[in-house]
Design a protein around this ligand. Structure first.
Ligand SMILES: CCCCCCCCCCCCC[C@H](O)CC(=O)SCCNC(=O)CCNC(=O)[C@H](O)C(C)(C)COP(=O)(O)OP(=O)(O)OC[C@H]1O[C@@H](n2cnc3c(N)ncnc32)[C@H](O)[C@@H]1OP(=O)(O)O
Length: 261
């Protein structure tokens, strides 16, 4: 009787409103089809539930968050499949990066190539002290093709992004914190625990308002300052009229915690 292999991705509701997605594809969480399909199913499950406010992406493999796109598989595909697989990977990362939820990457171990691109598609990143982050694609004759050339400079600035991508170097977690590539640095092996604590804080806030912040911040990189201000005002107005602002304001005046949906 052959044991059925463990799925490449597992997920569970850790606490109400918080979905933990666990990458568990030996030996390095290479982002092949099993992980792309697993991530897609996990996000489909979160969407279907309708009550998920925070998605945490973590790894159960010691020493690895994810080592990037599956190079072994890459060696076997033609250009058409390469593009198709790339589109599939970019598609699931774009879903993660959307405003439906707040996504946190809990990084212990190596986050390289597509693995770091996966982490950068998340809104926030928590890294354990031993983590190392890099985009080594130029060492393969490629570029970070799952959003890395666009998301990294937006996080750390042009100079640091070029320095990382042109040299393929791995950045230790403490340096990544000073660069703004990670948001919290925690003891090695505790990134998931810290991400769950961060999720508790996020859950106290209004998700419609947080989603509007995400839309405004993303707009800031794609529009003029003047148009960005206009977009911000429109979001603020909509939240005041239709959102949870009345509950938030009332709760403050009544000196009680707000009851957001
Ligand atoms: C559906 C997708 C299919 C893929 C084809 C199409 C892809 C389309 C992509 C388009 C979008 C681009 C996305 C992205 O930008 C591109 C990339 O991510 S390219 C890959 C970038 N990552 C790397 O270059 C890291 C490669 N790995 C390493 O440098 C080292 O393995 C390590 C991570 C530094 C660890 O080193 P060690 O501790 O010495 O361990 P090993 O090297 O022995 O590795 C252990 C074991 O894991 C295997 N492995 C490691 N990384 C990968 C990987 N990225 N893909 C596949 N397999 C990997 C390694 O081969 C070892 O396996 P074993 O030899 O024991 O069988």
């Amino acid at each position: 009787m052959t044991d059925t292999p463990e799925p490449a991705v597992a997920w569970h509701v850790a606490t109400p409103g918080v979905l933990v997605v666990t990458l568990q594809r030996p030996r390095a969480n290479a982002l092949g089809l099993p992980i792309i399909e697993g991530l897609t199913e996990a996000l489909d499950s979160a969407s279907a539930r309708g009550d998920i406010k925070v998605v945490i992406v973590s790894s159960s493999l010691p020493g690895f968050f994810a080592a990037g796109a599956d190079i072994k598989h890459m060696a076997t595909v033609d250009a058409t499949s390469f593009t198709a697989y790339g589109d599939a990977l970019r598609g699931v990362l774009d879903r993660l990066a959307g405003d439906t939820w707040i996504a946190i990457a809990a990084i212990d171990g190596l986050a390289l190539g597509g693995g770091l691109e996966l982490a950068m598609a998340c809104h926030l990143r928590v890294a354990g002290n031993g983590a190392r982050l890099g985009l080594p694609e130029v060492s393969l004759g490629l570029i970070p093709g799952a959003g890395g050339t666009q998301r990294l400079p937006r996080l750390v600035g042009r100079g640091r992004a070029l320095g990382m991508m042109l040299t393929a170097r791995q950045v230790p977690a403490d340096e990544a914190l000073t660069m703004g590539l990670v948001d919290r640095l925690v003891p090695e092996g505790t990134a998931l625990e810290a991400a769950l604590q961060l999720a508790d804080t996020l859950l106290e806030m209004s998700l419609p308002a947080q989603s509007a912040v995400i839309r405004c911040v993303d707009a800031a990189f794609d529009t003029s300052l003047e148009d960005g201000f206009r977009f911000e005002v429109a979001q603020e107005q909509r939240l005041f009229e239709e959102g949870e602002a009345k509950e938030g304001i009332t709760a403050f005046l009544e000196k009680r915690p707000p009851k957001f949906s």
